[in-house]
Design a protein around this ligand. Structure first.
Ligand SMILES: [Zn+2]
Length: 199
């Protein structure tokens, strides 16, 4: 039994549950089929945490967040346990895990028509941490089969904040700077662009 190898392979994940994590609907981990990659579109993790803690659903007293957050230095925090359904992607929450990468994205003018280009690269150390996390999830969750970006699952347009006659993409994360080939090369998950709505 290679105990030292197993210990060396343990991923450091800081447990930092959201105040409402226990109020999110529970699920059987065997029902988890997909991973959705996001970026926070905030300058730092602290602001992403603020957004995550905001209450958006009066009845359940819960809000929007991913399960895992990976900072630009590669450190990982878990905000929601895998066996709870987080609100991170419209129509696909029930059977997915949301992973958020800290990245400025379009911050602070998310829906301004002149501010749609994503310019902040994902540091190697952040992508390496993501790959380690994906590897751990693949081992823990045999039912996990696919991976997609938020932008592939939510293609809705919204009125631009600076001109209601223009439209911009509601979600663009993780965007063109996310290294899909590198991530997929080291993962057994299938890249899905269109997902069955029942998922
Ligand atoms: Zn997203």
């Amino acid at each position: 039994m290679p105990i030292t190898a197993a210990v060396a392979g343990v991923l450091m994940i800081t447990q930092n549950p959201l105040p409402y994590a226990e109020r999110l609907e529970s699920r059987n981990p065997d029902s988890i089929q997909g991973v959705v990659i996001h970026c926070t579109e905030t300058p730092d993790l602290a602001m992403a945490r603020e957004f995550g803690e905001q209450i958006h659903y009066a009845e359940s007293q819960t809000g929007n967040s991913g399960h895992f957050y990976i900072d630009v230095d590669g450190s990982i925090e878990q905000y929601v346990p895998e066996d709870r359904i987080a609100h991170h992607v419209a129509g696909h929450n029930r059977h997915t895990i949301g992973i958020e990468l800290v990245n400025r994205g379009r911050w602070p003018d998310w829906h301004h028509s002149d501010h749609q280009e994503l310019k902040t690269a994902y540091p190697d150390v952040q992508i390496n941490a993501l790959q380690s996390l994906l590897g751990q999830l693949e081992r823990q969750l045999p039912s996990l089969v696919w991976i997609a970006g938020h932008e592939q699952l939510d293609t809705r347009e919204v009125a631009a904040s600076n001109d209601p006659d223009l439209t911009v993409a509601r979600k663009v994360d993780p965007g063109p700077l996310f290294p899909w080939p590198e991530v997929l090369e080291h993962s057994r998950l299938q890249y899905k662009i269109t997902i069955d709505e029942t998922n």
